[in-house]
Ligand binder design. Structure first.
Ligand code: GLC
Ligand code: CA
Length: 560
């Protein structure tokens, strides 16, 4: 199938969580000047685009995902001049900047909400979702993603407002055309500044079902609001309007974070016809290790289920819509600790194997800061070391409700908590990993003395250099970007084996997900003696004569 070529299909994106990337002034908080100072590092890695987690003015109830002014910079991160300098430096390095767009909700300190809550007649009242209580209780049984009900009682007007996240993140009312005008104006303002795209925070949640019905009770504290909030009745209409009025006027990369997205929905959001977004982040592979308490679970993902989900997205979107590829972001634990092996013996090997598996798939890959070093989950000593509102609230709610005891819940947080991704980037082996001269806002992972950028840039066989090579290969071989995908051995518990095909060319990707040797069958037409495009271990015997070694990854290539 002929695929239209565009830069965002061929790019590799690097996500920066500014708070934890690099602190330039010793206050313990990463900032824009810190990012500007690391542009050479990103250039060396070879990435094309930075996705910047929110840098807007914010009281930081949810680390910047609660925005109080969309046209200003968070004090801790610097000034608008610092932003302009960062943007300019990035562009000089040939790196594009994609902004986080958080418009399902604002901060309760945003001027619109400050007005909105004043009175029912206020012109900003309908910017948000206000309702009367029902029988002296909340308007419906929805729970917030960060624990507690999704409704907050407001004394001034004796009504409740909706907040799907923290109570300091009231949901905007997208059914109000004025809200859409405001958001589109603001987006245009940033585009005129020269930014290169948007990652759209929980964009699948902007259109709530008419009447805000109660969710089905499933034994938890709250009803299941998914069907009434995710992929709601007008979401595609609103995104098409956004596309017409803003996105189509510029050459942008757009990616929607779409909680609850199915393949069928993704075909609409990310259709190659270009009426809405370029691509979406789906969650099915990340939700495989969920349990009765949702994400709070430490079950290990089984390889056949992972392959089934990945293959479904690979095959069903091919030629119809565009995939994004990710293992990590600021909301997910570290992938080596989740799907690989973070013991020193296998840490680097498994990090490279996981990188191979993901980067050889069809779609646009995302790297989260530190993933290119094989950074791991963090041994937080106790709850006082946690910073994330989601973990802190969930620990309290689930233990108080008797759903899990404290030890169990804390173990789940160590395995799945978002703070695992948010400890400082490990630059070198000096104090605080070279992240700050001061006291960091969240502890540094004690393994920084072994895992850090300085050491890995010097060592040829490091995870860093392996990522560098994967990124380079993508630039050299169209098949990695545009080829189709064929899964083999779907039921095998150890080996993920797939082919990519583009015209007369083929790749064979072999990944062992275990710490034991693993047998495999070469698909028809492969001898095992083809050109090795990349491998995470020195060649031993030719592939056809042996098993895969623990966490081994090999990519073979041939053309007719
Ligand atoms: C998205 C963000 C997450 C944030 C939430 C609310 O899921 O990735 O970090 O807490 O939305 O904005
Ligand atoms: Ca700082």
């Amino acid at each position: 199938m002929e695929q239209k070529k565009t830069w965002w299909k061929e790019s590799v994106i690097y996500q920066i969580y500014p708070r934890s990337f690099c602190d330039s002034n010793g206050d313990g908080i990463g900032d824009l000047k810190g990012i500007t100072g690391k542009m050479d590092y990103l250039k060396e890695l070879g990435i094309d685009v930075i996705w910047l987690s929110p840098i807007y003015r914010s009281p930081n109830d949810d680390n910047g995902y609660d925005i109080s002014d969309y046209r200003d910079i968070m004090k801790e991160f610097g000034t608008m001049e610092d932003f302009d300098e960062m943007l300019c430096t990035a562009h000089e390095h040939g790196i594009k900047i994609v902004m986080d767009l958080v418009v399902n909700h604002t901060s309760d300190e945003h001027a619109w909400f400050v007005e909105s809550r004043k009175s029912v007649e206020n012109p900003y009242r309908d910017y948000y979702i206000w309702r009367e209580g029902k029988n002296g209780k909340e308007p419906n049984n929805w729970g917030s993603c960060f624990s507690g009900p999704a409704w907050k009682w407001d004394e001034a007007t004796q009504m409740y407002y909706l907040h799907m996240f923290s109570e300091k993140q009231p949901d905007l009312n997208w059914d109000n055309p004025k809200v859409r005008d405001e958001v589109f104006d603001m987006m245009t303002w940033w585009c005129e500044k020269g930014i290169d795209g948007f990652r759209m925070d929980v964009i699948s949640m902007i259109s709530k079902a008419e009447g805000l019905p109660d969710g089905e009770e499933k034994g938890g504290l709250y009803g299941d609001w998914g069907p009434y909030v995710c992929n709601g009745p007008h979401v595609h209409e609103y995104l098409q309007e956004m596309n017409r009025r803003v996105l189509s006027q510029y050459d942008l990369l757009t990616v929607g974070e779409t909680s609850g997205v199915t393949v069928e929905e993704a075909k609409k959001y990310a259709s190659l016809s270009g009426k809405e977004l370029n691509m979406v982040f789906q969650f099915e592979h990340m939700d495989l290790d969920c349990g009765p308490l949702g994400k709070w679970c430490d079950r290990k993902i089984r390889l056949p289920e992972l392959k089934q989900v990945m293959s479904k997205w690979q095959n069903e979107l091919y030629g119809v819509a565009w995939n994004s590829l990710y293992w990590c972001n600021h909301d997910q634990p570290r992938i080596v600790s989740r799907l690989g092996n973070d013991n020193p013996k296998y840490r680097e090997k498994s990090a490279k194997m996981l990188a191979t598996c993901l980067h050889m798939l069809q779609g646009t890959p995302y790297i989260y800061q530190g993933e290119e070093l094989g950074m791991t989950n963090v041994p937080f000593p106790d709850a006082s070391a946690l910073r994330d509102i989601e973990s802190i609230n969930a620990l309290k709610e689930n233990t108080e409700a008797g759903f899990a005891d404290y030890e169990t819940m804390f173990r789940y947080i160590l395995y799945k908590g978002r703070d695992n991704a948010r400890t400082p980037m490990q630059w070198d082996d000096s104090a605080q990993a070279g992240f700050t001269d001061g006291t960091p806002w969240i502890m540094v992972n004690p393994n920084y003395t072994e895992i850090n950028a300085k050491e890995q840039r010097q060592r040829e066989d490091s995870v860093f250099h392996y990522y560098q090579k994967l990124i380079r290969l993508r630039k050299e071989h169209d098949i990695i970007v545009y080829g189709s995908y064929v899964l083999h051995m779907p039921e095998d518990e150890s080996v993920y084996l797939y082919e990519r095909v583009l015209e007369g060319e083929k790749l064979l990707v072999l990944c062992n997900f275990t710490d034991a040797e693993a047998a495999f069958t070469l698909p028809e037409g492969w001898s095992g003696r083809e050109e090795v495009l990349i491998a995470n271990e020195a060649e031993e015997k030719p592939l056809e004569a042996r098993k895969l070694r623990p966490y081994e990854a090999v990519v073979l290539r041939k053309s007719e």
